[in-house]
Design a binder for this molecule. Structure first.
Ligand SMILES: NC(=O)c1ccc[n+]([C@@H]2O[C@H](COP(=O)([O-])OP(=O)(O)OC[C@H]3O[C@@H](n4cnc5c(N)ncnc54)[C@H](O)[C@@H]3O)[C@@H](O)[C@H]2O)c1
Length: 325
């Protein structure tokens, strides 16, 4: 079994820990908050605990670390872990600048180690199903993808809606479109805390002509977790709030104008939902990381995909700042 250290034992770190504990040998629990460490230790008595990351890195028997600390600490902790020869799973986004993420990718490649960002939705069976539908060509050419991630939910005071919510949808739409954007725009407003946008609208255009849009907000009456793909022939929706119909395909499209009148008509056909496995995405994500550590799969593909996400986030943030009032 792979010997792993869980770093960061907050809300999300505990969820990762529950999964890694079932799949690997968790040998260290690390959190700067000693009280939290002691509390979590009660459930995992065979692991050792520390508030010092260096102690984890100094243990030559630790093969992998899973980092779930606040975003601004990710790059530094991931870099030090790779330098110490550990395989690294790090929560999204692993860095806040493209140049830092590139450095992490190069370091992982040089040291022959796995670097995997925690883009959870990419392991969601419904997102995988949507990707298969898009790649099969069933929707025709994809014209537009838009994401809605809204809720009157956790109000962050340091991280804006782009970095906190948008990172999820960006990872999915870049995975579906499989291109880097050529143009990005973001507008938003910080209503509650200075310089922390609670509502953000993003627009992206791609070299192929596809466009994308995101509506991100924790100031909203609706709880929406949805990605819509508009194809030339059909349309498809991933709705994570739906308990069963996570993916729905709509056989709807405009039809060519008739030669006589030049008028566009619309076609409305069947609506269907493919069966999607209900396996917990987090379990699949953890399994994927551990498989990579054992040498099964490309150890850097996820990091390269993560680099595109960080670059897009950085550009969107720059755009957001140019229109800040
Ligand atoms: N993939 C997802 O869907 C998802 C969901 C929620 C959170 N997250 C990510 O998980 C990470 C943690 O989020 P959270 O909600 O658990 O936050 P949290 O604030 O509840 O927990 C963070 C923990 O990290 C500890 N910590 C801070 N600096 C540290 C350091 N240098 N070394 C060791 N421990 C340190 C803190 O003491 C705290 O216990 C964030 O990056 C967040 O974006 C991902």
């Amino acid at each position: 079994m792979i010997r792993l250290a869980q770093v960061g034992l907050g809300q999300w770190g505990k969820k990762l820990l529950r999964n890694f504990d079932a799949l690997a040998e968790v040998v260290w629990l690390c959190d700067v908050d000693e009280e939290r460490c002691t509390e979590v230790m009660q459930q995992y008595p065979s692991a050792r605990m520390t508030a010092t990351f260096d102690e984890v890195l100094a243990d030559g028997t630790v093969e992998a670390v899973a980092i779930a600390t606040p975003v601004p600490t990710h790059y530094e902790l991931a870099r030090r872990a790779l330098e110490a020869g550990k395989h690294v799973f790090v929560e999204k986004p692993p860095a806040m600048r493209g140049a830092e993420m590139e450095e992490l990718c190069e370091l992982a490649e040089e040291r022959g180690r796995v670097l995997m960002p925690g883009h959870l939705l990419l392991y969601h069976p419904a997102v995988r199903a949507l990707k298969e539908i898009v790649d099969s060509g069933d929707l025709g050419d994809v014209l537009c993808i838009y994401g809605n991630r809204q809720n009157l939910g956790t109000i962050r005071t340091h991280e804006n809606a782009l970095w906190s919510l948008g990172v999820h949808d960006l990872s999915v739409l870049l995975f579906l479109i499989d291109e880097e954007p050529s143009e990005v725009w973001a507008h938003g407003h910080a209503f509650l805390n200075p310089r922390v946008e609670d509502i953000v609208f993003c627009y992206l255009r791609f070299p192929s002509g596809k466009i994308a849009h995101l509506h991100l907000s924790w100031l909203d009456p609706h709880k929406i977790r949805r990605i819509t793909v508009v194809g030339r022939d059909k349309m498809a929706v991933f709705d994570d709030m739906e308990p069963e119909r996570k993916v729905t395909v709509y056989d709807k499209a405009p039809e060519e104008p008739t030669t006589t009148y030049g008028e566009w008509k619309t076609r409305t056909g069947d609506i269907y939902s493919p069966k999607v496995p209900t396996t917990e995405p987090l379990r699949l994500e953890c399994e994927h990381f551990l498989r990579l550590v054992t040498g099964d799969g490309d150890p850097l593909q996820a990091a390269r995909d993560g680099l595109v996400v960080v670059r897009a986030l950085e550009q969107l943030q720059a755009s957001l700042e140019t229109v800040r009032v």
